[in-house]
Design a protein around this ligand. Structure first.
Ligand code: NIG
Ligand code: FE
Length: 415
């Protein structure tokens, strides 16, 4: 950094090799629009008061009067701050033991059915206490930031009791995340069955969770909640003013897509098992398909039918699913690499839109996040490359150089 001074409210990133931003003004982007990226070569971005004030070619930049902090962007390219619209980042402990068991042949569903899996993280998260949970979340949010994520959603769902669910939502909110109440993630051991657990959460937790959360989510899957139970949970949550989301078609097609469409959910997430009927139905709807290739990779599952979804006209987003069991991965750049190599060949432009503007749409923030354009929040990732497509190209590499959030440097490789 050069010419900086404490308290400057203007930040000029100049000399950038490229600025790349999804085209258009609408959200979510679909079809042809999903692959349209506006690229400005030899460019600058001016941030003012936490917003983007101007983007243009370096040669058109006129001297700026007054105090301006400058970043030298030579050799770098800028993209919008990444938006991770599906994480379970608020957890305590790890599942490294389970990871080793899975590597030796145990399956995720078997571990879950035997009281491990999600329920082992529930035990650790319940025991963490509010301070422990806040610390764990801060550590995870730091990892996400270093990977270029400037806006994140995180779900509860590792409490499954009143106090821990509320503590999770409070911690996520306090950390600046977008909180989703995943009150129907699993049935905790103190309840005999899913229906009895739902009686409890809807009566005793929903009224307190709804003011803290923006959305509600359910794990609609064999061994978790069936379609009738998911409908009951989601209808009650909609009645409390929450936006609806679903974990669906991860292992089996159990009715998630029709339910999502019927209830006008914002998204249905996973879709590793979605067939042709589900693809067509989703494409004809406003529900966004959120694809989580790191989770499919981590569990050795089939990848979701991304290419078919996009070609059929569905709106898609990409997210990490960051959690200790099925996707211990906080990196959206890695997810973009997987999208371009494992998801039937999404193009880098499609991957970029899917984890910026379309993800912002899932979080109801596309009016101010997900594009590098005047008026939007000044959230930028400066990539350590002169071509923005290194975002997906550099598989697992140190591609994030500097992260700017709200017009300030939030993390940088440059001391
Ligand atoms: O999205 N599938 C359900 N929930 C998470 C995993 C949570 C966990 O294993 O702790 C998911 O994959
Ligand atoms: Fe998930």
């Amino acid at each position: 950094m050069s010419g900086g001074s404490v308290g400057a409210t203007r930040l000029l990133v100049r000399g950038l090799a490229q600025v790349a931003s999804p085209s258009g003004t609408d959200a979510p982007l679909r079809g042809e629009e999903l692959r349209a990226v506006d690229v400005v070569e030899r460019a600058y971005v001016l941030c003012e008061g936490g917003r983007i004030a101007a983007v243009g070619r370096e040669r058109d930049l006129r001297p700026l009067p007054g105090e301006v902090e400058e970043i030298d962007g030579h050799g770098l390219s800028a993209i919008p701050g990444l938006v991770d619209c599906h994480t379970h980042a608020c957890f305590e402990g790890d599942r490294v033991e389970e990871f080793a068991l899975r590597a030796a042949g145990a399956s995720y569903e078997e571990l879950h059915a035997a009281g491990g899996g999600i329920l082992s993280t529930v035990r650790a998260t319940r025991a963490a206490g509010e301070a422990g949970l806040t610390d764990a979340l801060a550590r995870h949010v730091g990892w996400m930031l270093q990977a270029g994520t400037t806006t994140f959603e995180a779900k509860s769902g590792y409490g499954l009791d009143r106090d821990t669910e509320l503590a999770q939502l409070g911690a996520i909110r306090a950390a600046g995340g977008v909180p989703t109440w995943l009150g129907a993630h699993a049935v905790p051991p103190e309840f005999p069955a899913a229906d009895a657990y739902l009686d409890f959460v809807l009566e005793e937790v929903l009224p307190l969770a709804a003011p803290l959360a923006e959305a509600a989510d359910v794990f609609l899957e064999r061994g978790a909640f069936d379609a009738a139970q998911a409908r009951r949970y989601l209808e009650a949550c909609a009645g409390a003013g929450l936006t609806l989301r679903l974990h669906g078609d991860q292992f089996t097609e159990a009715g998630a897509i029709p339910l999502a469409i019927d209830l006008r959910a914002r998204s249905v997430d996973h879709l590793e098992s979605t067939g042709t009927g589900g693809i067509a139905a989703l494409a004809g709807s406003d529900v966004v398909g959120v694809l989580l290739p790191a989770s499919a990779l981590f569990l050795g599952r089939p990848m979701p039918p991304a290419r078919a979804l996009v070609d059929a006209g569905a709106a898609i987003a990409l997210a990490t699913d960051f959690n200790p069991g099925s996707a211990f991965c906080e990196s959206l750049p890695l997810v973009c690499s997987l999208a371009c190599t494992q998801l039937g060949g999404l193009e880098p432009a499609e991957a970029l839109a899917a984890c910026t503007v379309n993800a912002a749409h899932v979080l109801a923030r596309a009016d101010r996040k997900g594009r590098v354009e005047p008026g939007h929040d000044a959230d930028l990732v400066l990539l350590a490359a002169d071509d923005w497509r290194y975002l997906a190209y550099h598989l697992g590499g140190p591609v994030v150089h500097t992260v700017i959030r709200g017009g300030e440097v939030a993390w940088s490789t440059r001391a």
